[in-house]
Design a protein around this ligand. Structure first.
Ligand SMILES: [Zn+2]
Length: 237
């Protein structure tokens, strides 16, 4: 469940991400009435199994719901709750159609389970986004210069060029330091639970690379992940 929105007097509109039907919206009629047959099963971040019916309108109608997992522990930590909201928001923005991406469903399930068991950290959130870019087919090129193919002196990042660029091609790029580059490479290769640690400065560069890639190639603006405070520390020389 990506989002659950109050609708009318007693209904809820649900935004769901499914393994085989991509992102879908559905209405759960009477879900907010006391004694509703849905009980408290229609909450954001829940992993649920639903029965849906096609109605006359565009929205599917929910006729039954079972809870697979509530990821309940993440509700006890503000940082995890916020990270879960950002994760669902990024999925909703990058994968808004009904095109199936079962790997995105698995990735989001794993991320919510992880946030439910450990404290949320920015490195994990950025690693999750790198994996989303990979699933969306727009992961930045990291091995060689995206403009000329040079494999040394990689010192910039250009979303327009499609990834890291060398120092002769960095005209439209922003500088990316080795630590940030290394973070992006390792974040992509490691399981979500083993997202590499990095300094705030490197994470800030990584976030910019990911954000500009999503914006340039998917026309999607991702919500900021690093807090204003950590960004301020990172910009202090
Ligand atoms: Zn180059």
């Amino acid at each position: 469940m990506l989002r659950s929105i109050r609708y009318g007097e007693a209904d809820r509109i649900l935004h769901l991400y499914t393994p085989h039907h991509g992102r879908i919206s559905a209405i759960a009629k009477g879900a907010r009435r006391a004694g509703s047959r849905f009980g408290a099963r229609l909450e954001p971040f829940f992993h649920i199994r639903v029965v849906l019916h096609e109605g006359r309108g565009e929205l599917l109608t929910v006729s039954g719901a079972d809870t697979v997992s509530t990821h309940g522990e993440l509700r006890s930590r503000a940082a995890s709750l916020e990270a879960a909201a950002r994760a669902c928001d990024a999925v909703a923005r990058l994968f808004e159609s009904s095109e199936p991406h079962p790997e995105v469903f698995t990735l989001l399930s794993n991320e919510l389970a992880l946030l439910s068991s450990v404290q949320a950290v920015a490195a994990n959130g950025l690693a999750f986004r790198m994996k989303l870019l990979l699933a969306a087919g727009i992961v930045p090129q990291l091995g060689v210069c995206a403009a000329c193919g040079e494999n040394d002196h990689l010192s910039g990042f250009s979303a327009a060029a499609g990834g890291v660029v060398c120092n002769s091609c960095e005209a439209a790029a922003f500088p990316i330091e080795h630590e940030a580059y290394d973070f992006l490479v390792r974040a992509l290769g490691a399981p979500l639970a083993d997202a590499p640690a990095a300094s705030d400065r490197a994470l800030r560069q990584a976030e910019r690379a990911i954000g500009e890639t999503a914006e340039h190639h998917a026309h999607v603006r991702l919500r900021p992940l690093l807090t204003a405070a950590s960004r301020q520390i990172a910009t202090t020389p």
